[in-house]
Design a binder for this molecule. Sequence first.
Ligand code: NAD
Ligand code: TYD
Length: 372
Amino acid sequence: MNNTDTWLVTGGAGFIGVNFVKMLLAEKLGRVVVLDALTYAGNIRSLESEIESGAIEFVKGDIGDSQLVAGLLARIRPAYIVNFAAESHVDRSVDNPRPFVEANILGTQNLLECARQYVKNGGELRKFVQIGTDEVYGDLDMDFDEPQLLEGAEALVGREVRVFGRETFSESSPLKPSSPYSASKAAADMMALAYHRTFGLPVVVTRCSNNYGPYQFPEKLIPLMINNIMEGRSLPVYGKGLNVRDWIYVDDHCSGVIAAALNGRLGEVYNFGGYYEARNIDLINMLIDLVRESEGINGSGLVTYVSDRPGHDRRYAMDASKSIQELGWKPEVLPEDGMKRTVRWYLDNLPWVRDIVEGEYRSYYEKMYSNR
Ligand code: NAD
Ligand code: TYD
C-alpha cells in the first residue's frame, strides 16, 4: 500500500461506506473514488464537505451498469475495490425481495466481472473486498436468560464479555440465510469467492455483525428509536424484544475492512464482531435512558410491542478470533462509550435525520408500521 493508491468504494454514500470513506481520508490511505447509485439509503449530504473540498471524487451510478463500471475502472485504475453497495434492510427484503437479487447478486457479479476484465487488461488490482454480513450464517440458540461471562474474552479483546448462548459463528460455519436479504448476501459472497478460485481475482470476503454509529439510515433499530423518542412517537419492538444482536461500533468494522484490504489472504473470509450482545428491549431501554439523561425527555411510555418480523433471527454472535490473530485487529470502542457517542451524534444531527424522515422514508414507515 502507498498513499497514491486509488480506492474505489462502492455504496460509499450509505451508512458504513460514509464512515469508511472518512476513515480512509483521515488515515491518508490514498485517493478515494465513491460509486453510489443514491438509492433511498444513499445520502450525498453525508459526504458534502469531502466532495466540495475535492477530497474525494463522487460518481453516481449502479454497480450493475457494466458500461459505466468498466469505463470507471479503466479511468481511475483502482488498487482496491471495496464493495459496500447493497440493498441492506431485512424488512424491505421481506416486503419485496427482487431489488435484493438485482443489487446484491447481479450487481456484485457485474462488479466482479468488470474487475476481472480490468485485471486482464493490465489493471493492478491488489484487493477486491466483498463486504458481507453475519446474517449469512443464520441464527443461534439462546441458552441463558441472563448473559454469562464468555471464557477467554479478556485474552481475545481485552475486556469482559457477556453472552446469551454457547455457540458462535466462525468463518467455517455453514451458510443458512433466513431472509431474502441474507440469502442475496450469501450468494454475493459465494460469487466473489468463485471469482477468486476460477479466475484468480484477488478477493477477500469480510462478514460483520450489526453496526451502529453516525450516518445510519433511520429505518434501522438504533436511529429509528432515538428519532422516535425525540418525536414522541411509539417505539415499535418486534415480538417480545428478546432477540439478540451483536453490536459493533462502525469505526471498528471500518478498521477491520482496511486491515483485510491491506493484509487479508486472498480467497479468505474474515469475521468481525463487536463482542457486545444485547437483547433488543435492553438496548432500547438503554437508548431511552441516554436520551433522558441528555434531553430530559422520558420515552419509556412509548415502548410498543408489535407483531414479529417473519423468520426473525433469534441471536447472532461472531467468533472473530481469526481476524484478531491474523489481521492484528480487534474491536476498540467500549460499548458504553460507543452508544453514548452515537446517541450524542443523532441528537446533534437531528436535521440530517429529519431530512430523510421527511422524504421517501415517510411512505415506507407508514406502510411498515401502520396496523402492525
Ligand atoms: P446502507 O443501506 O446504509 O447503504 C447502502 C449504499 O449502497 C447506499 O448508499 C445505496 O445508495 C448504495 N447502493 C445500493 N444499491 C446500489 C447499486 N446497485 N449500485 C450502487 N450503489 C448502490 O447499508 P450499510 O448499512 O451501509 O451496509 C453496507 C454494506 O455492509 C452492505 O453490503 C451490508 O450488507 C453490509 N453490512 C451491513 C451491516 C450493518 O449493520 N449495517 C452489517 C454487516 C454488513
Ligand atoms: P435492524 O436494525 O433492522 O437490523 P437486523 O435486522 O439486520 O439485525 O434490527 C435490529 C433488531 O431490532 C432486529 O432483531 C429487529 C429489531 N427491530 C425492532 O424490534 N423494531 C424495529 O422497528 C426495527 C427496525 C428493528
